[in-house]
Ligand binder design. Structure first.
Ligand code: SAM
Ligand code: SF4
Length: 417
């Protein structure tokens, strides 16, 4: 598996040099001249822990959560205070864990962010279905939240049981979402679970749109090596047939494909913290992507608070890019939106995409992975599947390895990927 990702990396970066993450870091982050800057805040608390979940999370306790949020606000001020005036940023997303568990403190965090940043495209928060109650939704709205994303996984009992998730009261959910509205209501669904058929996913997608979602994220199930999940993964052929059937179905229904795994039933419904040219991440495990570096915060809540107490940034590792490495990051994350625009690439790097990756674009076109119109490269159905398939390799070879180490060590010396 890592052979595929390593060869691809060497080919696209034109170098044998791996991605080297070291435990050195900048106290002053160079984001002042970054355009299209997204913001991400991680809240790592959950009421109960799902055994399939790879994210940085810890069992909720009010005392620890409050201490963590105090530290988080200080991290926001340390980083935000490095820029004179207010920096324009596209969006602010709260992920986790289950950030809605801290709904009563989100306004404080948002206020801290808004002291330093002007957010132009709204604020998003992730919720567990148990958090979808009127009081929480009203609190979120009053705090300025415009988008919510609910971790449904499946509306069907047998798949909920496979994942160890509790039953969802569909009618109740519908009534509450009708009572308190948001610009985007997204629902996460997981596909490629054992025994899942096109009809069962179709039914989940339809239920989601019927009860108040205007956006769905249909994630392929990934079996991370460090989780204790016992779910078996679906063979490639079956998974491809399922993903193609879902994509065709969504196209027939007129849903817009916003990214590889997300579909919406209205143009303005968007929920994505990933497709930004640059982003700043706050909190445990949060990543920051800037022009010349990618950095990742410690996964340990205690060590995170400790660093902030010392007025230091909680960065655990930093990758300093070569130009080609940065281009690969750019293309990988931009392609997640299913499109790459050559004018945007030129604006970002000052070099033409064709000049840097002309051969690869020709091969991708020849293989039927992409089409080109007026400088915009769009993924075909086949291309989207292979991106998705490669992403799975990338996740297991890179993210799995890194997160496995980071979960055990707050500040590792170095990680090579
Ligand atoms: C942070 S959780 C969402 C909010 C909330 N904590 C919840 O679980 O309802 C993010 C999403 O990641 C997805 N996810 C978690 N583990 C996954 C895995 N092993 N494979 C694929 N998707 C996964 C789930 O769809 C989940 O809703
Ligand atoms: S899936 Fe959601 S609720 Fe479950 S452990 Fe992960 S973040 Fe927590």
């Amino acid at each position: 598996m890592s052979i595929i990702t390593n060869l691809t990396r060497m080919w696209l970066t034109r170098s044998c040099k791996p991605f080297i993450f070291k435990n050195d870091y900048d106290q002053h982050l160079p984001y002042a001249d970054c355009d299209n800057l997204g913001l991400y805040v991680h809240i790592p608390f959950c009421k109960s822990i799902c055994n399939f979940c790879p994210y940085c999370k810890i069992k909720y306790s009010k005392e620890l959560c409050d201490r963590y949020i105090d530290a988080l606000i200080r991290e926001i001020h340390i980083v935000g205070g490095q820029y004179r005036g207010k920096k324009k940023s596209t969006s602010l997303y709260f992920g986790g864990g289950t950030p809605a568990l801290a709904s009563n403190r989100l306004k404080e965090i948002i206020d801290a962010v808004q002291e330093h940043f002007v957010i132009t495209e709204g604020i998003g928060v992730e919720l567990h279905p148990d958090n979808v109650v009127p009081s929480v939704l009203h609190t979120l709205r009053e705090a300025g939240v415009t988008k919510i994303s609910i971790g449904i996984q499946s509306f069907q009992k047998n798949f909920q049981e496979i994942l160890g998730r509790t039953d969802i009261k569909i009618q109740k959910l519908k009534e509450i979402l009708y009572e308190v509205s948001f610009e985007t209501v997204s629902m996460d669904l997981i596909f490629a679970l054992p025994g899942q058929t096109f009809d069962s996913i179709k039914s989940d997608i339809e239920t989601a749109f019927q009860i108040g979602a205007n956006h769905v994220a249909i994630y392929p199930f990934i079996d991370f090596t460090f989780t204790s999940s016992t779910v078996t993964t679906m063979p490639k052929k079956e998974k491809k047939a399922l993903l193609d059937a879902v994509t065709n179905y969504c196209a027939e229904k007129g849903y817009t494909r916003n990214s590889i795994w997300t579909f919406s039933d209205s143009q303005h419904a968007k929920y994505s913290s990933m497709t930004r040219d640059n982003f700043l991440g706050f909190g445990c495990s949060a990543t920051t992507l800037l022009k010349d570096q990618f950095k990742i915060n410690t996964f340990s809540v205690e060590e995170y608070c400790g660093r902030i107490d010392e007025k230091m940034l909680p960065t655990s590792l930093t990758l300093r890019f070569t130009l080609r490495q940065r281009m690969v990051y750019y293309l990988f994350w931009t392609a997640y939106s299913t499109q790459v625009n050559e004018f945007e690439f030129k604006k970002f790097f000052g070099i033409s995409l064709k000049k840097m990756y002309g051969i690869e674009l020709k091969i991708a076109k020849w293989l039927g992975f992409i089409t080109e119109q007026d400088g915009v490269y769009s993924m075909t159905l086949k291309g989207a599947f292979y991106y998705h398939y490669y992403e799975n390799f990338y996740t297991l070879a890179y993210i799995d390895k890194m997160w496995r180490i980071m979960k055990n060590e707050a500040f590792p010396q170095m990680i090579e990927l």
